[in-house]
Ligand binder design. Structure first.
Ligand code: NAD
Ligand code: WQD
Length: 338
């Protein structure tokens, strides 16, 4: 039976997607260097599904190792999550982001081509739209200039995939542009466990509520939005995982490189998120208003129509579920995977 290689499969989105793949009956090989994750996530995946993915601790930039993995397993598709994702860090260390995200993808694509594997699902980001010209954002919107090196690394990989698909018709690629993934598995066993101080709103807020951090800084309340705080399209990570399974199916009958937004189409402000988390946790979220964070935009939410029509996929989980699942995970694992 053919298998699916999941690079970055021990990470936040990759672990939830590996779980969904196993539950759908696929054979999964995870390749991860554990630079931003823990093997404990994979043990939890096995605990929930009753089936363990094969695990290779390796770097995606290691072409020789990839060659071996493709030789050992009958892999037919690659889901490529492996990469670095911290925006601020990418500003300070731009070469590291090119090396990990762009060069890492190049090495993977070469190894795939050498092994005759041409089906790929790539984790892109709404950040490639830059400062969007219209809202909601459809895939037909021109990609802008991303506001940081992380975003530019995603756009570079997207361009590389489009060039490759144009050069060789055997490629079948899904480029998934995620909006803001949040939430956790409903069991509370799997969730987001950022190393160091979280950069993103929801994990930061969750750590404030369990007492790991003193208070949340709300980055600006003078944006042109209903309450002045930034608006984003938060999407439950399990909905996102299901989107990958639909993209896999779509690649059966589509060649070339295709882009799909994975978002809900619904925007929430930072204050909406605080209120929803207070309801879910039954605890207050101490916060103060702080200056705007450089590089942030006021509003960003998806037009998810293309994924609905072409993948038959919609995000089904609403904000209360995103927040209660985040809370269950954080409450059950106050120190993450430990
Ligand atoms: P994550 O850091 O939890 O997962 C990434 C995984 O890749 C980690 O397990 C890490 O150890 C591994 N990894 C990193 N570099 C590697 C390398 N060179 N070789 C092997 N493994 C490597 O992040 P995530 O939130 O699960 O994100 C997954 C993907 O989705 C990333 O490509 C990210 O850029 C993209 N994405 C994330 C978000 C988000 O907000 N979380 C939004 C849009 C896109
Ligand atoms: C959400 C809102 C902040 C933290 C980032 C990346 C993007 C993608 C997803 C990977 C904004 C506000 C945040 C805090 C706050 N990642 N905020 N206090 O910036 O929309 O997107 O993650 O691809 O590329 O840029 O997400 O969660 O950081 O911020 O007030 O401590 O919360 O200003 O309005 P963002 P975020």
């Amino acid at each position: 039976m053919s298998k699916i290689l999941v690079t970055g499969g021990a990470g936040y989105i990759g672990s939830h997607t590996s779980l969904a793949l196993l539950q759908a009956g696929f054979e999964v090989v995870v390749l991860d260097n554990l630079s931003n994750s823990s093997a404990e996530a994979l043990r939890r995946v096995a605990q929930i599904t009753g089936r363990a993915p094969s695990f290779v601790q390796a770097d995606v930039r290691d072409g020789a190792m990839l060659k071996e993995v493709f030789a050992q397993h009958p892999i037919d598709t690659v889901l490529h999550f492996a990469g670095l994702k911290a925006v601020g860090e990418s500003v300070a260390q731009p070469l590291r982001y090119v090396d990990n995200n762009v060069h890492g993808s190049q090495v993977l694509l070469q190894a795939m081509a050498d092994a005759g594997v041409f089906k790929l699902v790539f984790s892109s980001s709404a950040t490639v739209y830059g400062e969007p010209a219209q809202m909601p954002i459809a895939e037909s919107c021109p990609v802008g200039r991303p506001t940081n090196p992380y975003g530019r690394s995603k756009l570079m990989v997207e361009d590389m995939l489009r060039d490759l698909a144009a050069a060789d018709q055997r490629w079948r690629m899904a480029i998934l542009r995620y909006f803001n993934p949040v939430g956790a598995h409903e069991t509370g066993l799997l969730g987001e466990d950022p190393r160091g101080t979280p950069n993103n709103l929801v994990p930061y807020m969750a750590q404030v509520v369990v007492g790991r951090l003193p208070e949340l800084a709300v980055y600006g309340n003078d944006y042109p939005t209903a309450d002045g705080t930034g608006v984003r399209d938060y999407i439950h990570v399990v909905d996102l995982a299901e989107g990958h399974l639909r993209a896999l199916q779509a690649l059966h009958f589509r060649s070339g490189a295709h882009v799909w937004n994975l978002g809900t189409g619904q925007g929430y402000s930072v204050l909406d998120m605080i209120r929803a988390f207070e309801v879910a946790s039954g605890r207050p979220v101490p916060y103060r208003i702080a200056p705007r964070r450089p590089g942030d935009i006021a509003i960003c939410y998806a037009d998810p129509t293309k994924a609905r029509l072409e993948l038959d996929w919609v995000a089904r989980r609403g904000l209360p579920e995103m927040m209660s699942d985040t809370w269950r995970w954080q409450h059950m694992n106050p120190a993450g995977y430990g």
